[in-house]
Write a protein that binds this ligand. Structure first.
Ligand code: GTP
Ligand code: MG
Length: 211
């Protein structure tokens, strides 16, 4: 299939606000400002579908995006944003935890890290958490346009080591800026669908069809 229509569904806080759990969901987790919303837009060839901002803390709720009524992307609130109260941090943590632990149609959750930085303690916690729920531990390293090839290669080693990634866990280098890694990400997503016995295959499409 080629993606015909992707649309924003709802921003949810509580489980009761989630859409029906009838479609497989792929979620994007990571620090605030790492590029979760930008990546969703890049993958879907849509500029402003997920709201992005250079100010951290833009996405504070669980945002659901429907893709052709076949599957969904889920943009999770970013963690590690310093300028919030402890109470607010705890409430975001709870929002993420509720989604990750209670969503039965969650197919996979991707951990995003900024290629330029060594993953933080919170990234490690998140990654361990994701793995402990039985997910594959797939890492998307964002903002690859900001470093040279050799710098990227060095940082990949740092990320793998710091997160203690199992050797078989995929790490994909991505840039929402120059769109590199887009097809690697879709190849991986298609593989996930196949492994789960789902008859969904997203064909390559260039960004010229941008809406
Ligand atoms: P929260 O919603 O706060 O959790 O942030 P987010 O993870 O959704 O980040 P968002 O997509 O809003 O991007 C944050 C900033 O990083 C924006 O200014 C983006 O333009 C920029 N950005 C995101 N991805 C890339 C990338 O691949 N390359 C470059 N150069 N900038 C990027
Ligand atoms: Mg966001």
């Amino acid at each position: 299939m080629k993606i015909k229509q992707s649309r924003f569904m709802i921003s949810a806080v509580t489980k009761s606000q989630y859409p029906e759990s009838d479609l497989p969901e792929l979620a994007f987790a990571g620090r605030s400002n790492v590029g979760k919303s930008s990546l969703i837009n890049m993958l879907l060839n849509r500029k402003g579908l997920a709201k992005t901002s250079s100010t951290p803390g833009k996405t504070q709720l669980v945002n659901f995006y429907d893709i052709d009524g076949l599957f969904r992307f889920v943009d999770l609130p970013g963690y590690g944003f310093a300028k919030v109260s402890k109470a607010q941090k705890a409430s975001w943590g709870k929002i993420i935890e509720t989604y990750l632990t209670q969503r039965e149609n969650l197919l996979e959750v991707f951990q995003l890290v900024d290629i330029r930085h060594k993953p933080t303690g919170e990234d490690r916690e998140m990654y361990d958490w994701i793995r402990s729920f039985g997910f594959r531990g797939i890492v998307f390293a964002t903002k690859a346009d900001k470093l040279s090839r050799s710098q990227c290669a060095a940082q990949v080693k740092v990320i793998r080591k710091t997160l203690e990634m199992p050797p078989e866990a995929p790490l994909v280098l991505l840039s929402s800026d120059n769109r590199s890694g887009k097809y690697d990400a879709w190849d991986l997503i298609n593989r996930l669908f196949e492994e789960e016995g789902l008859e969904i295959f997203v064909e390559r499409q260039s960004a010229t069809a941008e809406k």
